[in-house]
Design a protein around this ligand. Structure first.
Ligand SMILES: [Zn+2]
Ligand SMILES: [Zn+2]
Length: 568
């Protein structure tokens, strides 16, 4: 009897407490600003805090962050931030988050090294507690035991996380591919993942970036072979290779190929120099100091004697490659003796900027080799074949796709279902969704604000409104409409004047401005006749009259700046 009673009490406690809540703050529905919170007994750990780069239509926007308000409101309950790896879409928003949520930051030595460097640059690193973890390590973090499982990706030392909770193991895949021949020999730990699968995985959260792509992502090692061939065919030319500065294994392969040919290495771009320095210090990049030359001395060498490794493979306007393409780089000019290799693939949204850089390089007479000519790039994300293997090993009881545009996640859902997982155990979530994990399964439990948080480098934080205004300014221009009203004589003392910016000088726009002038003049005359003399209501009269005419008759919505002055 006593035993039964005890069991009932235990069950009741368990019933109340056997819940883990997952809150998605970013990365579900976009590539970027990855961030989620996992919560048990009221304690929270944050996984990743990434940024996203803006689309061309987001005028003046430099960065997009997750909306951290939900986390900031609960800052007393947050125990830690855990980084899966060192990419910006997972770490780039840290410098904004740690201002309000100052908790220990866990990650591999490289992820911590990258993050610490960025936070130091932003002058927010001083009081922060960085905790480096080793491959396979299992740590008590907040209410959870968190295990760091090695995975292969386009940055070294990436991890999947096995979060041991009261409702079972939650596996967060991190960004990964299953590269059987990685440069550093550090493979995705399939045997550990498979052991977790045998023990039972309550929930799998997995990278969806390449879920639309059939087959398998090529090994990073194959890129080395392609680079070697491109170099061998051009012994007399100066080779300039652009890639992500965090892609240490790519940098290693470029260096190895260049050194085989007796070339010296010059680095261009601040982040390339900083990351190479850090990776050498951590023994993740192997090259002698004597193999480097200063880019300032590059003109002393024959083209065939050097290889430049630079940033800017995404066409970023301020990065080294863009400067080279425009002839703006300090110590070097590219021309007919150079071959530029883009060892990268444009991230969606960057195609246009990359195209412009390639055009400018051609204009300078430079040869350009990119991934559509030669296989000089491999993705860091698993394709369908690898994802199937992953699901098969982990045999999760429930699944939620993460890290992808909406269509990628839809394809990942279909893939999970094709592996035999019951549709009711798969949730397609988006930013802001909350999910509860219990021993019985998963269910949606709520929603939190998770819109885009825009950062304009010169203006600071922005919400959607000024951005909408910038879009309208860009699309329709602006009309300044001024007039003067004499309150004593009940007349317009200054005629209505319309000044346009972003409008054409041509006839149609001139006619339109004349029509606006007439319409506003009539509306103001009527208002004055009715005895209305306060500036704000007269400004509204102007706004309404011009807005109606332009919108209804001409389908235009310029930003309207009414400026009526009343003389008393
Ligand atoms: Zn990544
Ligand atoms: Zn990522």
């Amino acid at each position: 009897m006593a035993a039964n009673k005890e069991k009932a009490v235990r069950k009741d406690q368990a019933g109340a407490k056997d819940v883990v809540r997952v809150t998605f703050l970013g990365g579900l529905g976009e590539i970027g600003r990855n961030c989620m919170a996992i919560e048990q007994d009221g304690r929270i750990i944050v996984i990743d805090a990434g940024l996203m780069f803006p689309e061309p239509m987001m005028y003046g926007i430099d960065l997009i962050l997750p909306d951290f308000r939900w986390l900031i409101d609960r800052r007393d309950r947050v125990d830690a931030i855990v980084l899966t790896h060192g990419h910006e879409d997972h770490t780039g928003a840290l410098r904004y988050l740690v201002k309000d949520v100052n908790v220990p930051i866990y990650g591999s030595s490289l992820a911590i090294g990258f993050a610490r460097h960025r936070l130091t640059e932003a002058r927010v690193a001083r009081d922060l507690d960085f905790i480096e973890v080793a491959d396979g390590e299992r740590r008590r973090i907040g209410p959870f035991d968190v295990e760091f499982i090695p995975v292969t990706h386009s940055v070294p030392s990436a991890h999947a996380l096995a979060i041991h909770s009261r409702v079972g193991v939650i596996v967060h895949s991190g960004d990964f591919k299953l590269d059987p021949t990685p440069i550093d020999g550090r493979r995705t730990d399939l045997s550990r993942l498979s052991a977790l699968g045998d023990e039972g995985v309550a929930l799998l959260l997995a990278d969806s970036t390449n879920a639309e792509e059939p087959g398998f992502t090529g090994s990073e090692r194959a890129v080395g072979g392609a680079l070697r061939r491109v170099f061998l065919e051009r012994p007399e030319r100066r080779m300039v290779v652009a890639c992500f500065a965090s892609h240490i294994h790519r940098v290693q392969q470029i260096i190895d190929v260049a050194l085989e040919q007796g070339r010296r290495i010059a680095l261009m771009g601040r982040s390339m120099e900083a990351n190479v320095k850090l990776a050498r210090k951590l023994d993740l990049l192997h090259v002698d100091a004597a193999d480097f030359i200063d880019v300032e001395t590059i003109s002393r060498y024959q083209p065939g004697e050097v290889c430049v490794i630079c940033t800017g493979s995404q066409g970023e306007p301020l990065a080294a490659l863009s400067k080279l393409s425009r002839g703006d780089a300090k110590f070097m000019r590219v021309g007919a003796d150079d071959t530029v290799v883009l060892s990268s693939h444009p991230i969606p949204g960057n195609e246009w900027s990359v195209g412009r850089v390639i055009d400018d390089l051609h204009r300078a007479g430079t040869e350009v080799v990119h991934s559509e000519h030669e296989p000089v790039h491999a993705s860091g994300h698993a394709r369908q074949g690898e994802l199937r293997t992953y699901h098969q090993l982990l045999k999760p009881r429930a699944f939620i796709p993460i890290h992808g545009e909406y269509r990628h996640m839809v394809h990942h859902v279909a893939l999970a279902a094709s592996m035999g997982l019951d549709q009711r155990r798969i949730l397609l979530c988006e930013d802001g969704d909350q999910v509860e994990v219990t021993p019985a399964g998963i269910r949606r439990s709520g929603q939190v604000p998770a819109g885009f948080h825009y950062i304009d480098g010169s203006a600071g934080d922005l919400d959607e409104r000024p951005l909408e205004e910038r879009r309208m300014l860009a699309e329709f221009g602006v009309l300044l409409i001024s007039a003067g009203v004499d309150a004593r004589r009940h007349v317009l003392s200054q005629p209505v004047r319309v000044t346009a910016r972003g409008w054409f000088d041509g006839e149609s726009d001139r006619d339109l401005i004349a029509a606006v002038t007439n319409e506003v003049n009539d509306a103001l005359q009527d208002a004055v006749r009715e005895g209305r003399y306060d500036e704000s209501s007269l400004n509204k009269v102007v706004q309404r009259a011009a807005g109606r005419l332009l919108g209804q008759k001409f389908r235009r919505q310029p930003v309207l700046l009414p400026a009526v002055i009343v003389l008393e």
